[in-house]
Design a protein around this ligand. Sequence first.
Ligand SMILES: [Zn+2]
Length: 208
Amino acid sequence: MALNLLMLGPPGAGKGTQAERFARTRGIPKISTGDILRTAIHEGTDIGRRARAIMDRGELVNDEVMIGIVRERLERSDTAEGFVLDGFPRTVAQAAALDTIMTGRDPLIVLDIVVPEAELVRRLGTRMICEHCGANAPIGDGTSACKRCGGRLVQRADDREGTVRHRMEVYARETAPVLEHYRAAGLLREIDGSGSRDDVFQRMTASV
Ligand SMILES: [Zn+2]
């Protein structure tokens, strides 16, 4: 049976890293919408050209194009044993379209990585950025200067507590209907996202 995994979780939950590791361990592709969008545009597929036209106008890629790109990717033969999908669906319309794409395939397993908000604020609050060149640096590695250029390290503007809480609220509001869609379908499994990355990975493995 194919392992068709879909990963959901708020910013700072480590979803991308876990998706990557899970895919590598199982030998199935990790599919992130950002990556496939870039690839489709680069390869100049029909849908890629449409996406590029939209982005060139400075607009956001709409549901229809996003869905087309995901469909195109999931039809490739390397997904026969399964896949790990990250960053899609973001809306109920996308989730419904994915249900249609999945018709006749093994069912989706939807993992929602749940991390307490205070923990997410703490995690995101420990990322630093170089004020001069923009390089990222973790806090607490004993340095206060950028390893690349020697510039001063400051907290990222979008990682300050107020902004982080706002991003959490936006995420919760936008994702709640998608979670509800999968909960109603009996496909949703909640994963405790607290503790180390290894802890979370073990819980994911045990869950699927
Ligand atoms: Zn720097």
